[in-house]
Design a protein around this ligand. Structure first.
Ligand SMILES: C[S@@+](CC[C@H](N)C(=O)[O-])C[C@H]1O[C@@H](n2cnc3c(N)ncnc32)[C@H](O)[C@@H]1O
Length: 248
């Protein structure tokens, strides 16, 4: 199965805008990536459907999806139980939302072909050591035509980006932060019928610190990235961050 690389441009789904505002705290330089990724989460009306977030941590994004689709069943799963006042509040305000403790590699809590959407944010690079098990589990629980979406994943083809990330990981002593490669998406695509990868941040990543400080620069860099990707599609693989959309 081939992997389709693209660089999506605005306009994005207004529901995605609302989700972004509900969560907040995104660096301005990554706004387009999140809007494109959340547009994928909203692509299908999830009313009366079941969506599962893996590696969801606090459950904030799962809560935003549950708020966007009040008629959906939304399950957020992470190795650790969420803590703090928000999950308690969501129990009263978001009846479609459940946050559970579990392992993304063991989705036995979900019956076969029972789920319409599985997604993760900043998640796949924590699971890339066993992609076969992950894909086997996800395709087992997805209904035919169901989708697996990953938002905001780091890519390793761009040596400048890889070097900057390696420095950041060393400074902040970040373990478990591997980069991803298109060959891994190819491997995953064997389990699915389509695989689309949305690439972002070609020049955007090296100037991230600057563009987060000065919003106008972020806009210019996005424009420049879009032009370069348009003129030279081979550059798509060198984007620093990706959203991945797989359809069963
Ligand atoms: C970088 S955080 C991302 C959290 C959240 N999705 C976000 O965007 O803020 C990665 C999360 O993946 C979870 N995680 C790592 N391996 C996991 C696994 N095998 N099953 C479930 N969750 C896992 C971690 O506990 C952590 O909460």
């Amino acid at each position: 199965m081939s992997v389709q690389l693209s660089h999506p441009a605005p306009p994005f789904n207004p529901k995605a805008e609302a989700m972004l505002s509900a969560i907040g705290g995104f660096p301005i330089s990554d706004r387009q990536l999140f809007l494109a990724g959340y547009s994928e989460l909203c692509r299908v009306d999830l009313t009366d459907r079941h969506a599962v977030e893996i590696c969801g941590a606090s459950g904030k994004l799962a809560a935003a999806v549950a708020r966007t689709f009040p008629g959906a069943r939304v399950t957020g799963l992470d190795l650790w139980a969420p803590s703090g006042p928000e999950p308690e509040e969501w129990k009263c305000t978001l009846p479609g939302l459940e946050l559970i403790v579990g392992d993304a590699f063991d989705l036995s809590a979900f019956p076969a072909e029972s789920v319409d959407l599985v997604w993760g944010q900043a998640a796949l690079h924590h699971l890339s050591h066993d992609l076969d098990t992950l894909c086997r589990e996800v395709t087992r629980i997805l209904k035919p035509g169901g989708r697996l979406v990953f938002v905001f994943e780091p890519m390793g083809h761009n040596l400048a980006v890889a070097a900057i990330r390696a420095m950041r990981m060393a400074v902040h002593e970040m373990g478990d932060e591997s980069n991803l490669y298109i060959s891994q998406f190819k491997r995953m695509s064997a389990f699915f019928s389509t695989c689309e990868v949305q690439m972002f941040n070609l020049l955007g990543y090296p100037v991230k610190a600057l563009s987060d400080r000065f919003g106008g620069i972020s806009h210019l860099v996005h424009e420049l990235d879009a032009r370069l990707f348009g003129m030279f599609p081979r550059l798509l693989r060198y984007g620093a961050n990706a959203n991945v959309i797989l359809t069963k």
